[in-house]
Design a protein around this ligand. Structure first.
Ligand code: IMP
Length: 210
């Protein structure tokens, strides 16, 4: 069975591949389907965006598709940037631009008030149905300055409680054990296992969401 990952972010692709290894799935990415159009992420929530991406990519490729959408919610900013995390510093902002804007907005805000969390929604769709939507959360605190070189996005400014390290100071294996994406994906993996199973009675267990 083939599964298309609805992303061009190579960091996400390698995280997802690592977590799904062991399932008898052939994993494709959008690089394998160069004519598939870019999906505009114009939903009001990460869930809406993930559902839209999974639906469109499954329909356009004719295969099972998996889409994820993540938002960083910062308590002192009333949950911002949330669904706007990729464009926090503007439409064509780089990861670095977004991190610097966040550090700037939190200047003077100390310790406990820098609480933040990543919320990841992962959606699995067939060409005709949304099969599952699952959420994973990772809580931490926004660091005062960037630390670490690994990962991507906001990794170098999310400090994890008890670990005194940012996500960017962890190995990919460590990040994949605890991350918001790993947590959502662990739940999706159960749906995928049922789908790849040859037992038709197990396939009936997959819920139809819309
Ligand atoms: P996306 O819509 O899922 O690509 O996520 C929106 C933004 O959240 C991205 O542009 C990244 O800046 C950030 N992001 C998503 N996942 C992660 C992660 O695992 N670590 C750090 N930042 C992330």
């Amino acid at each position: 069975m083939e599964l298309v990952l609805a992303t061009r972010n190579r960091h996400k692709v390698s995280e997802i591949r690592a977590i799904l290894q062991g399932l008898s799935l052939t994993i494709r990415t959008l690089d394998d389907f160069p004519t598939v159009p870019e999906v505009v992420e114009d939903g009001a929530t990460c869930r809406e965006n993930a559902i839209k991406k999974a639906r469109v990519i499954a329909r356009e490729t004719g295969k099972l598709a998996l889409a994820d959408d993540t938002g960083l919610e910062v308590e002192a900013l009333g949950g911002r940037p949330g669904v706007y995390s990729a464009r926090f510093a503007g439409e064509h902002a780089t990861f670095s631009d977004n991190r610097l804007k966040l550090l700037q907005e939190l200047k003077g805000i100390s310790g406990l008030k820098r609480k933040a969390l990543f919320r990841c929604i992962i959606v699995l769709a067939s060409p005709t149905l949304v099969l599952a939507a699952e959420e994973g959360v990772l809580s931490g605190r926004i660091a005062v300055q960037e630390r670490g070189q690994k990962g991507f996005g906001y990794d170098s400014i999310l400090l994890l409680p008890g670990r005194r390290r940012t996500l960017a100071e962890m190995t990919p294996e460590e990040k994949n054990r605890i991350s918001h994406r790993a947590r959502a994906l662990a739940k999706i993996k159960r749906h995928l296992k049922r789908l790849v199973s040859k037992d038709p009675s197990q396939q009936r267990g997959v819920a139809q969401l819309g």
